[in-house]
Design a protein around this ligand. Structure first.
Ligand SMILES: [Zn+2]
Length: 597
């Protein structure tokens, strides 16, 4: 039987020849040249007189866009090379080159801050109103405002340099401690040691005794090193708080909120709505406990499988299924995805030497995307494929938008992907013939709600409280354990028999230094797209055009403006969030019906 769609991607249309490509080398030189021209434009810049002539700033913007496009094109290609074959040594070399280009890019961005903060306010406002610059007003104003709230450019440069061995140093110290941990496990009568990642994979075993054993041993392993983790976390947080103090920022959420272009009110409304609606999800946890024959679930039971019935699908079937169901929502999304399959934009082959995981990356110059994943025929693979196609569609929807207006934050980055995944997973539930299969598919959906409304809520509660305490001095490992269990109890409405007091040590996200508070944007993204999904059901005729318009705007306004303009919804109020949660509650209700008796 021949396959309808190829399962390896076509990278040659971008740069032929893989990591040996001479076209790639030539292109990377062009990227370097673009960076040089951008630096030159920054040096040439002079603060304009009263005429507020925008030419100097416009030149900077143009060179900035040219650099961004070329640098990101190389970055995307190198990411693809490394992922498709981890043994490709030339690709690794390219990876070093890619890091250099990115470092040069970020360095030059600091130069932009220096230039734009020099312009007097009135002249600045006049410049942004000029036709040539008006489209960039939001992004430029945002940058200038952020730069103004920081320390002087010289101090910020010093801070960044010190952060390499301070702040980021603690971040990588975390990885070092984690990689030193060995978990001894006795499985099937055989005693062996595992890395924490390998051990964690065994936590979803069907046999509760195995889960209990793995959980217990992992607790011991994390606890054994808890003083190292506590020290690392305290210094990392201390660095961050010290920086905020010098910048005179009082709220620890200031930075993550600004980064996600959202207000505290919106964040409060979202968590408020979730807290109001936990009862339904509590019912799910109780039912699951019943089904597993338990009084209460423990931390390690939440992800336990209820059955092992999973239907296998071929890649071609998955492709046709996705395209068919996208079509019910948007012809453009369906046609786009059909093309992605036909033109081989997707690397899905199940083979060794590929990196694990999945991603979607876009080529801003070529205006194409590539999706990376490993397809082995599970329902989960089909969701991942839909998810990544959603990301690719988001890039496609932004093709005609200026480069600088294409950079969206983490909380809206998952809008299109989550929506695409929702469409496909809902369709899979509807089409499932066997009851077992239906239950398994619905549970997979509910698990995501539990993760976003409870697990991530616990992370958020813990992290905000920890940072408050840290302001007054070091927080001990014992106190961190306490804070963590408190947060989990609250987030899971006191429904679990046993919690995970070591979660503050085992969860990588608390130690991430690229973005602070790596938690609430996930929940935001999930509910934001679920809210759009609910809207699509209300207005199927106008969905496609308003959805495309929303995606186009994701890089150039606040999330509140985005929702008001395209959904006529006020994110600072609970209503929107409650409507989105309602969609998730329906899954639980169906689950409860199907598993009654
Ligand atoms: Zn994603």
């Amino acid at each position: 039987m021949t396959n309808k769609y190829g399962q390896t991607w076509d990278l040659d249309v971008i740069f032929p020849g893989g990591s040996d490509s001479s076209e790639l080398s030539e292109y990377a030189q062009k990227a370097e040249q673009a960076l040089q021209e951008w630096k030159q434009a920054l040096e040439d810049f002079q603060v304009p007189d009263e005429s507020a002539n925008p030419a100097g700033l416009l030149s900077i913007v143009e060179k900035w866009e040219g650099s961004a496009k070329r640098v990101f094109e190389v970055v995307a290609f190198v990411e693809c090379l490394v992922a498709q074959d981890v043994t490709d040594k030339k690709a690794k070399q390219w990876s070093g080159k890619k890091d250099e280009l990115m470092a040069a890019y970020s360095g030059t961005l600091t130069g932009v801050d220096k230039v734009i903060t020099q312009v007097p306010q009135q002249t600045w406002e006049q410049m942004l109103e000029k036709d040539e610059l008006i489209n960039y007003a939001f992004v430029l104003e945002e940058r200038r405002k952020e730069a103004a709230e920081k320390l002087s450019p010289e101090q910020e440069v010093l801070l960044n340099d010190l952060a390499i061995d301070g702040y980021h140093g603690w971040g990588s110290m975390y990885d070092t401690i984690v990689s030193s941990i060995q978990v001894p496990l006795e499985i099937d009568g055989e005693e062996k040691t595992y890395s924490v990642g390998q051990a964690a994979n065994k936590l979803d075993a069907a046999d509760r005794k195995v889960r209990q054993h793995v959980f217990g041993r992992m607790q011991e392993a994390w606890t054994e090193k808890e003083d190292f983790f506590a020290e690392t976390l305290n210094h990392l947080a201390g660095f961050r708080l010290q920086t905020y103090k010098h910048r005179k920022w009082e709220n620890v959420l200031k930075e993550p909120l600004a980064y996600n272009r959202m207000s505290q009110q919106t964040l409060d409304a979202m968590w408020g709505a979730i807290s109001d609606e936990k009862d339904t999800f509590v019912k799910y946890l109780q039912r699951k406990a019943d089904l597993l024959g338990l009084e209460k679930l423990s931390w390690y039971d939440i992800d336990a499988p209820l059955s092992s019935t999973t239907k296998q699908v071929t890649y071609d079937e998955a492709a046709d299924f996705i395209v068919k169901h996208f079509r019910a929502y948007s012809t453009q999304m369906a046609d786009f995805s059909q093309q992605a399959f036909e033109k081989r934009w997707i690397e899905a082959e199940d083979r060794n030497s590929k990196r694990p995981g999945g991603f979607c990356t876009s080529f801003p110059d070529k205006k194409e995307s590539r999706i990376f994943m490993t397809f082995s025929g599970t329902a989960n693979n089909v969701s991942t494929l839909a998810h990544e196609l959603g990301h690719a569609y988001h890039s496609y929807a932004m093709n005609d938008v200026e480069q600088l207006n294409q950079e969206y934050a983490m909380n809206v980055a998952e809008t299109a992907s989550t929506l695409a995944e929702l469409i496909v997973s809902d369709a899979a539930v509807k089409e499932a013939a066997a009851k077992d299969e239906k239950v398994a598919l619905i549970e997979e959906k509910i698990q995501r709600s539990i993760a976003f409304f409870m697990n991530i809520h616990a992370r958020f509660l813990f992290e905000t409280r920890f940072y408050e305490e840290r302001k007054n001095g070091l927080v001990s490992a014992a106190r961190l354990r306490e804070l963590m269990v408190e947060a989990q109890k609250e987030a899971y409405s006191d429904q679990l028999g046993e919690y995970d007091p070591t979660f503050w040590a085992s969860k990588l996200h608390f130690y991430a230094t690229d973005v602070p508070f790596y938690n609430f944007p996930y929940t935001f993204g999930f509910l934001f797209s679920t809210g759009i999904y609910a809207k699509a059901a209300e207005n199927p005729e106008t969905f496609e055009s308003s959805y495309n318009a929303l995606l186009e705007d994701t890089g150039r306004m606040t999330v509140e403006d985005l929702a008001m303009k395209h959904l006529q919804e006020d994110l600072t109020q609970k209503d929107f969030w409650l409507k989105a949660i309602e969609v998730c509650k329906q899954d639980v209700e169906e689950f409860l019906r199907l598993t009654a008796e």
